[in-house]
Design a protein around this ligand. Structure first.
Ligand code: 13P
Ligand code: SF4
Length: 299
């Protein structure tokens, strides 16, 4: 199957993008594996006309918004991010009415419709930098209360208003689960994604995006780590550091939607060129503004 995919990819001049949470065999055949920010940036810069995006729907949608001339395919149309929808209708208008200098900062893990109503997008790797750079004092951070809360702590000069959304996978990690791993592995450093709850962040040695966690583990002199994020990152961690050890909380956090990106579905979508990501031009133009602003401010 891997050989067939490689051959078809070459014939069609296609590129396969995969998030670090995609299954390991899919990461293995991908041309580019990354965190949300890097994948969006590389997709925009690449000259491939056909992209197969192995992630969840907001990721494929973001690529289509940034690069309308490309044909973007997703292996499974039902792979979605639960958090991407977690903003109550009407709440953005209410906040804008309440604060006249409000900036609506939208985590990229959100629907195109939410991006349309926002001033700037962020990812977990650039949220602090971008919020710091904004001239506005009042920030409405959507949809993730945990990433928003983490940003608020790093940028105390701003009034960050949180929205009650979260990633169900990261929010399910408990302090007890982490403390159990710390007891079992007292010399391990704790590397955590900012979508985890504050009690997990407080027990961590490093907080960052999936790419940040991977790079921290590679550059650290330590050889044991407890990883507080989805277990898909293990593939890259082991590839980079075959002699280091990585532990996850029990049960291992798993985003089922990311696992819909199987080799079978990648091959099928490459053969049929179905599952095309479509975004209406009206929505695309509105959602493009905050995404472009993110790329500009993150430079
Ligand atoms: P990253 O941008 O850190 O890869 O995170 C994406 C994501 O979905 C985290 O749950
Ligand atoms: Fe969304 Fe959470 Fe899955 Fe990331 S891990 S894609 S935030 S549901």
């Amino acid at each position: 199957m891997k050989e067939k995919i490689k051959q078809l990819k070459k014939e069609k001049n296609a590129m396969i993008f995969a998030h670090f949470y995609a299954p390991s065999d899919v990461q293995e055949i991908a041309d580019c594996v990354g965190d949300s920010f890097n994948l969006a940036k590389v997709a925009k810069e690449s000259d491939a006309k056909l992209i197969v995006f192995c992630g969840v729907s907001f990721m494929g949608e973001s690529v289509k918004i940034l690069c309308p001339e490309k044909k973007v395919l997703v292996p499974d149309m039902t792979a979605d991010c639960a958090m991407a929808h977690m903003v109550r209708p009407g709440v953005i208008e209410e906040m804008r009415a309440k604060y006249d200098d409000l900036a609506v900062v939208c985590y990229i893990n959100s629907t195109a419709a939410l991006k349309c109503q926002s001033d700037v997008c962020v990812t977990s790797s650039n949220a602090v930098k971008i919020v710091k750079a904004l001239p506005n004092k009042n920030i409405f951070f959507i949809p993730d209360r945990n990433l928003g809360g983490y940003v608020a702590k790093q940028v105390p000069e701003k009034n960050v208003i949180l929205n009650d959304g979260c990633c169900p996978i990261h929010a399910a990690l408990t302090a007890e689960q982490l403390l159990e791993q710390k007891r079992l592995h007292p010399n391990a450093l704790v590397l955590t994604h900012p979508e985890c709850e504050p009690q997990i962040l407080e027990l961590s040695d490093y907080i960052g995006s999936t790419a940040g966690i991977i790079s921290y583990a590679k550059n650290s002199a330590n050889d044991e780590f407890i990883i507080c994020t989805e277990y898909g990152v293990e593939y890259q961690l082991m590839l980079d550091n075959p002699n280091k050890r990585f532990y996850f909380t029990n049960p291992r956090p798993c985003c089922q939607d990311m696992k819909f990106n199987t080799l079978e579905s990648v091959l099928s979508v490459l053969e049929k060129e179905n599952n095309v990501v479509e975004v209406s031009e009206e929505i695309r133009l509105k959602a493009l503004k905050p995404l472009d602003k993110m790329l500009e401010l993150a430079k």
